[in-house]
Design a binder for this molecule. Structure first.
Ligand code: ADP
Ligand code: MG
Length: 328
């Protein structure tokens, strides 16, 4: 049996062996499979990295972020046919099943799959449909924050424990308050912003750079240039300056500039966290831990804002990309 984090931006697969969970990388050594589907010019179905690369050059050839539409009757048109969100998700699940089978003997037929805590029945059912299409029977559907808490070692604390799971992914922000006692993990409150994540930070940074330097990437290069800014953004999580090329010109950008460029996004996060805490009639001071989940929590400004507001040191013991899959 495998564990799957079916993410909006990236998906991962894990297995529990010799007493510990382990993330399973694909043939390229990558642990994250972009949640992207595309059709190649020869009609072949592309999944993951290959699909994401294809969409950089031909955005109409496929779809990303279909997780947002799970459980709705949304349809996408590409490759000469219509696709439902569950059919797209099924291709990701099938790819992860295939990756898992590279590592374990024999066929993988069942999985634990994680979903956001706020997913309604229709959304959970669409996830089950996707698994059925992919040839996986689902042993259990686990809430993402619950999986994260398990991965951080909170399966059976000695005393009742209250943790905040702070999950900033590619396109969504989720704050969840969990109460854990005697092997039971209960969602006490949850909140979030359905359209705020690392991708929005990248977009804001792109706009800011273009405005400041009065420059626009040529249309054919726009997606490629955005990817370049994405890498610069990541570099600024650990460095104070980095360079960006604007066509033939190179300019310096600083962490302070990135912070300013994305301030209006960051400002929306803490009110949601405070609301989640107050819904559960608690506050930062009463928490036992704050767990960081999702790739965008690596952003230095996101971390600093949370640390300052809470007056505590958020827990980044685990790779924030891996926590949910390890828990699954
Ligand atoms: P999801 O849960 O939506 O599938 P992830 O948890 O995989 O998403 O997060 C993906 C996001 O993490 C991307 O938007 C990416 O820009 C961001 N990210 C990854 N590494 C870094 C980094 N070092 N600094 C800032 N953001 C990062
Ligand atoms: Mg995620």
């Amino acid at each position: 049996m495998i564990g799957i984090d079916l993410g909006t931006t990236n998906s991962l697969v894990s297995v529990f062996q010799n007493g510990t969970p382990r993330i399973l990388p694909n043939e390229m050594g990558e642990t994250m499979t972009p949640s992207a589907i595309a059709i190649a010019s020869d009609g072949q179905i592309l999944v993951g990295r290959a699909a994401k690369d294809r969409l950089v050059v031909d955005p109409g050839a496929g779809k990303t972020q279909f997780k947002r539409d799970m459980g709705s009757d949304a349809k996408y048109r590409f490759g000469g046919r219509e696709w439902s969100p569950a059919e797209c998700s099924a291709l990701i699940l099938r790819e992860l099943k295939r990756v898992a089978e590279l590592h374990v003997d024999g066929e993988v037929t069942s999985a634990v799959i994680t979903v956001p805590a706020y997913f309604r029945d229709e959304q959970r059912n669409a996830t089950l449909d996707a698994a059925r299409i992919a040839g996986l029977s689902v042993d259990r559907v686990v809430n993402e924050p619950t999986a994260a808490a398990l991965a951080f070692g909170y399966q059976s604390p000695e005393a009742e424990t209250t943790v905040l799971v702070f999950d900033l992914g590619g396109g969504t922000f989720d704050a969840t308050l969990l109460e854990i006692f005697d092997g039971v993990i209960e969602v006490k409150a949850s909140g979030g912003i359905s359209h705020l994540g690392g991708e929005d930070y990248t977009d804001a940074f792109c706009r800011w750079i273009c405005e400041k330097h009065k420059w626009t990437p040529p249309k054919s290069e726009a997606n490629r240039w955005r990817q370049h800014v994405e890498m610069t953004k990541r570099r600024l999580s650990s460095k104070s300056v980095a360079t960006v090329s604007l066509g033939s010109k190179e300019v310096e950008v600083s962490y302070d500039e990135f912070r300013a460029a994305t301030q209006s996004l960051s400002e929306r996060i803490l009110p949601v966290v405070r609301r989640c805490l107050s819904d559960a009639r608690t506050d930062f001071g009463s928490l036992d831990d704050i767990l960081l989940v999702g790739g965008a929590t690596r952003s230095r400004n996101v971390y600093d804002d949370l640390a300052t507001a809470s007056g505590r040191v958020p827990n980044r013991k685990l790779d924030p990309d891996h926590a949910i899959a390890l828990g699954a």
